[in-house]
Ligand binder design. Structure first.
Ligand code: SF4
Length: 278
């Protein structure tokens, strides 16, 4: 049994919240630069130029990439042979408190009815999985309101199949237009149950943009649907262009014979996420 201290978890979470809010992941930045080069429209090129300048400025100055520093979402894989000394959930929340305070990040968590801000961006939304091993793997994502609000879950009839999935995703992106600050990244969860599909869709956003799905059929489906999304022409910040989405990632799980759960979780171009292993 390996012991991981609550203090180490808090420090790691604090650092992740700050770093991720200031630094665009390399794969996303590279994809943005590539897509900018492939745009024909002067407006789309100019939007990309400004977005890329913003990324450089955030890294240089230590200012947040976006004023909306998001709700703090975590995917935590706990090795079954790891023992946490202290309260794991509280350790994560304390890291969020410190990170958002010390990093001068906007706190966006509030009561859903009174709208009173909780003051420290907690509680974080934390998903746990027990996995083999003695390590703790913590994935963090800052989820802004604009992109999260455009996300949806639906229960398709099984007969709708892949055609139904494509139709729902394309309609969702088309209706979202500029609201999620495109170019977006689309996480898709298919299968499981109602809530499991939503979790899969969000977790899919942690995949690197340049990874290729290990299942060739799903890799082909991701490429097909990304092509269809980009053919919508919404473009960077909704001002037209070839790049509506930088990437589209799917996670798939078996489901009930009577169901076809489908979740679409949209992330904006400011795709702030990071993973650490303790
Ligand atoms: S959708 Fe993303 S880029 Fe747009 S305001 Fe929200 S956090 Fe910022």
């Amino acid at each position: 049994m390996r012991t991981v201290s609550a203090k180490d978890i808090t420090n790691a979470v604090r650092d992740m919240c700050i770093r991720a809010n200031r630094n665009q992941p390399d794969d996303v930045k590279r994809r943005m630069a590539d897509c900018a080069a492939g745009e024909d429209s002067a407006t789309a090129k100019e939007v990309f130029k400004q977005l890329l300048e913003n990324i450089d400025l955030a890294a240089e100055t230590g200012l947040a990439l976006c004023q909306d520093c998001g709700l703090a979402v975590f995917f935590v894989e706990v090795g079954q042979d790891a023992r946490v000394e202290g309260d794991l959930n509280e350790a994560i929340n304390e890291g969020v408190r410190r990170g958002y305070q010390e990093g001068f990040l906007r706190k966006s968590a509030c009561d859903p009815f009174t709208r009173k801000n909780t003051g420290d961006n907690t509680p974080a939304v934390v998903h746990y999985d027990i996995v083999p091993g003695d390590k703790l793997r913590i994935g963090f994502m800052a989820k802004g309101g604009g992109a999260e609000n455009m996300s949806r879950v639906t229960m398709l009839a099984p007969a709708e199949g892949w055609e139904g999935v494509k139709k729902f995703v394309l309609t969702r992106v088309a209706e979202s237009r500029s609201n999620p600050c495109p170019p977006i990244i689309i996480g898709i969860g298919i299968g499981g149950t109602f809530e499991h599909s939503a979790k899969l869709a969000k977790k899919a956003l942690l995949r690197k943009l340049d990874d290729v799905h290990p299942d060739p059929d799903l890799a082909a489906k991701e490429a097909e649907l990304l092509g269809l999304v980009n053919a919508l022409g919404i473009g960077p910040m909704g001002l037209g262009g070839k790049t509506t989405a930088l990437g589209l990632k799917m996670l798939v799980s078996p489901c009930h014979i009577a169901s076809l759960p489908l979740a679409v979780n949209i992330q904006c171009h400011s795709s702030r996420h990071e993973e650490v292993e303790l």
